[in-house]
Design a protein around this ligand. Structure first.
Ligand code: ADP
Length: 161
């Protein structure tokens, strides 16, 4: 069985991420969304909230499950029996960062491959940080994130629309 991990912070999950999950789910038997719990960073949504929101927005993807990790990614990969990391690529800036990460992982664990799926043109501008910033200024995040995420953001910010 070919298992891949889509890793990231997903704070919050956006339609850009969901597009990558959907496309990856057709290439592998099983997809695990690995939510990184960065203990050094104050998140917008807690890990449990992020897991709930991803689970709710990916109900239509049968071979996908969600889990969190707080250590290094290769340890998580071995724990869940996955050998491929799937990451999304939007820009040259993403590429620079992703190349360093992938090579570091290769150095730590030569058995793990990282592959990249190019963003679709509808979502190349979309990032979790952009959504968080928009939310902070009480902007409308509809169309950028799934409805359950939009609802959770509005609740957190006390926005009534
Ligand atoms: P991190 O917090 O680890 O930088 P994110 O949680 O923002 O990562 O994203 C996880 C993965 O999804 C990364 O590979 C990132 O490049 C990718 N990604 C984020 N937004 C998009 C998008 N709009 N289109 C395609 N890939 C994306």
């Amino acid at each position: 069985m070919r298992t891949a991990v889509c890793s990231g912070s997903f704070d919050p999950v956006t339609y850009g991420h969901i597009d990558i999950f959907e496309r990856a789910s057709k290439m592998f038997d099983k997809i695990i969304v690995g939510v990184f719990h960065n203990i050094r960073k104050e998140p917008f949504f807690t890990v449990d909230e992020r897991i709930r929101l991803i689970t709710e927005s990916t109900k239509h993807i049968d071979n996908l499950s969600v889990a969190s990790f707080s250590g290094i990614l290769p340890d998580f990969m071995h724990e869940v029996g996955a050998s491929v990391i799937v990451r999304g690529l939007r820009s040259v800036t993403d590429f620079e960062y992703e190349m360093q990460e992938a090579q570091m992982i290769k150095h730590i664990s030569p058995d793990i491959e990282t592959i990249f799926i190019l963003t679709s043109q509808d979502y190349y501008f979309l990032s979790s940080s952009g959504v968080r910033e928009l939310a902070t200024f009480r902007g409308d995040v509809a169309g950028l994130v799934p409805p359950c995420v939009e609802k959770a953001i509005n609740e957190k910010m006390g926005i009534v629309r």
